[in-house]
Design a protein. Structure first.
Length: 256
């Protein structure tokens, strides 16, 4: 009975998502053919059929591979640095009071303002793009961990202390279970933020790669290639997010 209900729910969810995607593509197609100047927007069908020729452009496949590498490194760096800083800030109430407002202030600051500083320090190219991706992606992880630690019932900590639990046992048996449920939500947000940071750096700090092709297609008024490139980047993001969701579900089932 439970498995049947779960299958039915997943089927309905699939059709809802598919229907929404179909409506979005239909709106895109109709808008491009009837209302918007073709110089600025190409129909969805034209963009999809042009994908093979787009991928055959010299250097584009290498640029996409470089983007995936930059995103991977930026995401891993964001998770590692964000986790370390989140634990440092969130483990103690005093550190939360002192440093969490600073973290929120930095998170609310437009990151594009520090890109010139990153370019001066890391140079123009691969390292600056990865660094800028990390500065975008680490904040969701930090805030997720701090929020999870802040919401722990103090009774659990007092109980562990009264039973003689060591710091490692307290972390493993009390703190870690409180962090994990929201941790994957945080790293999924981190993935999107890291991609945003890498793409922004690509646009402003890259003489090749996806940023170069984006500027080239924009300046040459080639909406078919431009929207095809955007579609490919969206597919990369969705694929990575879907993989993280599956990993989260597998870990939840093992825990259950």
């Amino acid at each position: 009975m439970g498995q049947t209900f779960e299958f039915s729910f997943k089927s309905k969810l699939f059709f809802i998502r598919f229907g929404f995607l179909f409506l979005l593509l239909a709106l895109w197609e109709v808008s491009a053919r009837l209302w918007v100047d073709p110089m600025f927007l190409s129909p969805a069908s034209k963009v999809l059929f042009a994908l093979p020729s787009l991928l055959a452009k010299p250097g584009l496949a290498n640029a996409l591979g470089l983007l995936v590498l930059e995103l991977t490194l930026a995401f891993l760096g964001s998770v590692l640095i964000g986790t370390a800083l989140g634990l440092m800030v969130g483990l103690r109430a005093t550190s939360r009071k002192q440093f969490l407002p600073i973290v929120l202030l930095l998170y609310g600051t437009p990151q594009i303002t520090i890109l010139p500083i990153i370019m001066l320090i890391a140079g123009v190219g691969f390292s600056s793009k990865v660094t800028f991706g990390i500065t975008h992606g680490m904040f969701p992880v930090i805030l997720t961990i701090c929020s999870s630690l802040q919401n722990i019932n103090p009774i659990y900590l007092k109980t562990g202390l009264s039973l003689g639990a060591s710091k490692w046992q307290t972390f493993k048996l009390i703190l870690l279970p409180a962090i994990l449920p929201n941790f994957f939500n945080g790293i999924r947000l981190s993935l999107v933020a890291s991609l945003l940071g890498v793409l922004l750096a690509e646009l402003f700090a890259s003489s090749s790669g996806i940023g170069f092709f984006t500027r080239q297609f924009t300046e040459s008024f080639d909406p078919t290639a431009l929207f095809g490139l955007i579609l490919i980047v969206v597919l990369i993001s969705v694929s990575a997010n879907t993989w993280l969701t599956k990993v989260q579900h597998k870990m939840s089932r093992k825990k259950g």
